[in-house]
Design a protein around this ligand. Sequence first.
Ligand code: CDP
Ligand code: MG
Length: 668
Amino acid sequence: MPAPTALPIWKIHADILRTLQGGNRLVLVAPTGSGKTTQVPQMLLDAGVAGDKMIVVLQPRRVAARTVAARVASERGGKLGAEVGYQIRFDDHTSVGTRICFVTEGILLRWLQDDRALSNIGAVVFDEFHERNLLSDVALALVKDLQQSLRPDLVMLVMSATLDAEPVAAYLNQCPILVSEGQSFPVEVGYLPVPDQRPFTVQAAEAVERILYEGEPGDILVFMPGRGEINGTLDALRGLRTQERVACIPLHGELEPQEQDRAFAPNSLRKVIVATNVAETSITIDGIRHVVDSGVARVARYDAERGIGTLLLEPISRASADQRKGRAGRTAPGTCHRLWTSIGHQTREERNTPEIQRSDLAEVVLLLHSLGIQEAATFDWLDKPDPQAVLRAEKLLTMLGALHEGRAELTPVGRQMLRLPMHPRYSRMLIEASQRGCVPEAALCAALVSGRDLLVRLDRDDAQMKGLREMFEDSGDSDFITLMRAYEFAKDNGFSFERCRSHGINAQVARQVEQTCQQILHAAQQQRLYERDSGTTAKGDEALLRCLMAGFVDQLAKRRVPGKPECDLTEQRQGQLVRESVVQEAAFFVAANLREAPSRGPNPLTLLSLATAVQPSWIAEMFPQHLSTTVEHLFDAQNKRVAAMKVVRYRDLVIEQKAQQRDLDPIA
Ligand code: CDP
Ligand code: MG
């Protein structure tokens, strides 16, 4: 390994220290591979910039936090977890002696909840800031706020390879910007001549084949959006017709640490590394001369149908594509093979939209409230979120019982929800489940809605498949029970692709459900909501139905006519339950999925699916704060006259209507 001091960032070593010894803020822009992540924290430590406090380096990705921490620890000749450590969700490698700590943003936000002043931290480094994650924007705003109020000594350093530095520097009260020009070699870019409709896993394998055929030396880096596509590409690569033997290596956050390290280890064969966008800028693998770019990534968006955040496959921006290309030209000239056309390239967005402007804010708004920030929309952000998105988040949190109505303050339930690293709908479900002894079932339900659809959509006249589907339909209580049984079937069959497909189940989704469910259970265990070996079992289906109601209570529906799909929702919305739902009888139900459908009438029609039957009395017990009772003079259909009626509403939806006794017997 060359001496780290030979890395380009050392040329501006003196400037970095001078700026931070004279002030407390800096924006640093230097190309990938120049040594920002591995060198700058060490420079700060050795120059005592953070005093005797810890230097925290925020990393958007867990893989990067772990691998760079290991690298820096070894450069300093220490053990990982001693002077240099890392902490990511479910994995803590730090000790009292840790001075440089690489963490994902969520961890810093957790620390802020425990200690609003971050008393033992002397410097916060925001690495890879161009990614503009929701949580990195939140962390930047909160640390800036802290620095201006309690901690003027706290050092803030924002680093990136591609950042548009001016707006960030302006936001940090016109702080200095340092730019280091790295060296790079030309990269020849190739596009598809015409769009190719085949799966990009297959296209990527063919591009790799061409590179090998042309015989130019150097390792190959393939960009794919996620684990599924990475595995698909590896499968396609197995069918390659080439003379040369190559080492095909996956790289993504869900691999075990030793498996991740394979990408970095020297190999006697030419390496073909198939990675997520963790390899775009966060980590550098030496020896790459060729890049194959699928051009897509999973991007967080607000999903209006499910009322939660979700990950969608989308084209990457031109700035991201250029970063990916640059990975081929670090040490010698290279090639970059883009699996889209040059015309398509022009229509791509120039830069990524900051996540704060497009994603679900419920979890963040909950966090801000816990820190006493009640005006999320007008807080001092680098880029402000959409006020509508903030309102939506606040309303959901109020409906779930996390915020006090009107007071915008956290309730005890809200405080408990805060400790669970997941969407508030799911944390609400889990808290309910912990009181009712059905945490594993609720965790499974949360996992079942948080990903793609487990069951393939049935053809209307596919009688055979319909018969198989009915196998999973247990009762008319909840569509979740059908999903749970289908999932159990997949699991009992070892997630076999054939067995699953023949029963209309997506095996890949089922596997993902298992992982997500384990993660949720782990979090529940850490918060002592559940003990794995306690032997507690669900107290019947009702417990689970109540949990599902707790997570989707804002999407309560009341059937208009018994047995018919038409129903009323709150805010005078009209809905219709899909025909496939098993909940065909219940007068009240909650739907986990709402979709606006075109309608003939004046009002939009909402299509409801993933329903769960509920009882109005449960709402009265669990959400009394959202019920109102009035006495109104209404037509009493039973007794055929106008009478004083007691009307109970959940928000504006009538859930109970009863003639007052004294009206029936006026003489009394
Ligand atoms: O953060 P930046 O992209 O500027 O660079 P870095 O991650 O600090 O990496 C600097 C150099 O260290 C890279 O060019 C790699 O050669 C080397 N490195 C490595 O070999 N193994 C790692 N796990 C991390 C860095
Ligand atoms: Mg870096």
